[in-house]
Design a protein around this ligand. Structure first.
Ligand code: FE
Ligand code: FE
Length: 165
């Protein structure tokens, strides 16, 4: 792939995010199943629906760019999801596993926040106002999800801590 302009970098990073989002769509149902807390399950469920909308936003942007979303595998997300999978294979106590699932999910959200922050800024610089708006919407959703998870962790971490007692 050519990498001569900010637009090239923009397309490359969007492809990466497209791959990342699709990997998340596959991983979240397993996390929903693994979670014990009803609140955590529904937070994951809600974010799964949100994530599908985020892929649609990316689709719109690729259409505007007249580029294909395919052709790249996000290795960063692959690694984060592999670590989450490792955790789910442990023989963990319920609350401890929930706390671990939150940690996993927050790593994913922070990775996405970094990615969307960059492409949102590139879109602004490239004068792609509609794309910048769509990417900002996704960035806001990722940040909200991260905050929601921090809120859930306040109780779940304590429950996990009390488990051995
Ligand atoms: Fe996302
Ligand atoms: Fe997300």
């Amino acid at each position: 792939m050519e990498m001569e302009s900010l637009r090239d970098l923009f397309v490359e990073q969007l492809k990466d995010l497209y791959s990342a989002e699709n990997q998340i769509i596959k991983a979240l149902p397993k996390m929903i199943k693994a979670a014990s807390s009803e609140e955590l399950k529904s937070a994951f469920q809600e974010h799964l629906e949100q994530t599908k909308g985020q892929v649609e936003r990316l689709d719109q942007i690729f259409e505007e760019l007249d580029e294909s979303p395919r052709g790249k595998k996000c290795k960063g997300m692959e690694g984060l999801i592999a670590e989450g999978k490792e955790l789910m294979e442990e023989d963990a106590e319920e609350d401890v596993l929930d706390a671990g699932l939150i940690a996993s999910a927050q790593h994913v959200e922070h990775y996405e926040i970094a990615g969307y922050g960059c492409v949102r800024t590139y879109a602004q610089l490239l004068g792609m106002d509609k794309a910048a708006k769509l990417l900002q919407q996704t960035l806001d959703e990722e940040k909200e999800t991260d905050e929601l998870l921090s809120g859930l962790a306040e109780n779940i971490n304590v429950q996990a801590e009390e488990e051995a007692a």
